[in-house]
Design a protein around this ligand. Structure first.
Ligand code: IPE
Ligand code: IPE
Ligand code: MG
Length: 250
C-alpha cells in the first residue's frame, strides 16, 4: 500500500504494508505521571493506566509481524524516585506478569528482559524468571522488558563480562564491535529500527545507547496511558516514509 489515510483517519487494521515493517521496535513509555496529574490523581494511578496500555500494543505488534518489541519500564535512574513510587512500579510489574503471561504465551510471545535484573526486589525477580521460563519456547515475537536498565550500565557490564572471560585475558585480544555486541544484554537481537517515545520528550534517557545508533525516531505528545494501537500504526506508517541511508547516499 503506497498511500495511507490522513493521520486522523489512520486505522491500525490498514497497516497492511508492502514496505518493510521494522523488525525491532523500541518504546520509551513515558508520561504516566503527567497523565495522572492531568486527571487530578496521584502519580501511581498513571502507572496503573500505563500498564493497561501495554497489552494492546504487545498484541498488535505481534499481529503485525514485528519480531522484537522492547519497552523501557524502569531505568537505572528511576531509583531516585520516592520509595513509594518505586515500590508501586515493582508491584505493578509483578501483577502484569502474573496476569498477562498466560495470554501472551497463547499469542506466541516470548518474554525476555534487559537490564540488571539481579538488583531488583526478590518478588519481581521471581515473577520475571517465571514469565521468561513459561514463554521461553514461543517464537512469534519477543517482548523485551527493560528493567533497571541504563545504556551506560549495560555497556560497562558488557565490557566487564568480556574482561572476566579467561580466554580474553590470556590471549591479549582487543575488543571489537561484534564481540562487544555479544556481551550486551541484547545479544542475539537485531538493533531497533524504530524508537517511539511518548509524552513529547525529545531525549534518549539512557535507553539502548549502542543499539539505537541508526534507529528512526518517532516522538508523540500522547502520554503513554493514552497510547493506542492506532498511534502505533501512525508510528509505523511514518517509519515507512523515512529514507534510511545508513551514512550512504540513498
Ligand atoms: C514513565 O512515566 C514510567 C516510568 C518512568 C517508570 P513517568 O513516571 O516518567 O511519567 P512523567 O514523565 O513523570 O509524566
Ligand atoms: C525514561 O523515562 C524511563 C522510562 C520510561 C522507564 P523518564 O521519565 O525516567 O526519563 P526522563 O527523566 O524524563 O529523562
Ligand atoms: Mg517521565
Amino acid at each position: 500500500m503506497d498511500t495511507y489515510p490522513e493521520e486522523s483517519d489512520a486505522q491500525h487494521s490498514e497497516v497492511t504494508i508492502t514496505r518493510a515493517l521494522p523488525r525491532h521496535v523500541a518504546i520509551i513509555m513515558d508520561g504516566n505521571g503527567r497523565w495522572a496529574t492531568q486527571h487530578g490523581l496521584p502519580r501511581v494511578f498513571g502507572h496503573r493506566e500505563g500498564v493497561k496500555a501495554l497489552k494492546p500494543i504487545v498484541k498488535e505488534s505481534a499481529r503485525l509481524g514485528i519480531e522484537v518489541l522492547t519497552v523501557y519500564a524502569f531505568s537505572t535512574e528511576n531509583w531516585t524516585r520516592p520509595p513509594a513510587e518505586v515500590n508501586t512500579l515493582m508491584s505493578l510489574l509483578e501483577e502484569f506478569l502474573h496476569q498477562e503471561t498466560p495470554e501472551l504465551k497463547a499469542e506466541g510471545v516470548c518474554i525476555k528482559t534487559i537490564g540488571n535484573i539481579s538488583a531488583l526486589p526478590e518478588p519481581a525477580q521471581r515473577a520475571l524468571a517465571w514469565a521468561r521460563e513459561e514463554t521461553a519456547k514461543e517464537t512469534r515475537m519477543v517482548l523485551n522488558i527493560a528493567l533497571n536498565y541504563g545504556g551506560r550500565d549495560e555497556l560497562v557490564r558488557a565490557v566487564n563480562r568480556w574482561l572476566s572471560d579467561p580466554s580474553v585475558t590470556s590471549s591479549g585480544k582487543r575488543l571489537d564491535a561484534l564481540t562487544l555486541e555479544r556481551y550486551l544484554d541484547t545479544a542475539g537481537l537485531p538493533d531497533p529500527d524504530l524508537l517511539i517515545r511518548s509524552s513529547g520528550e525529545i531525549r534518549l534517557s539512557n535507553f539502548l545507547l549502542w543499539q539505537l545508533a541508526y534507529a528512526e525516531i518517532y516522538i508523540t505528545d500522547t502520554l503513554w496511558p493514552d497510547f493506542t494501537a492506532k498511534e502505533l500504526a501512525q508510528a509505523l506508517y511514518t517509519y515507512q516514509q523515512r529514507d534510511r541511508r545508513f551514512g550512504g547516499i540513498g
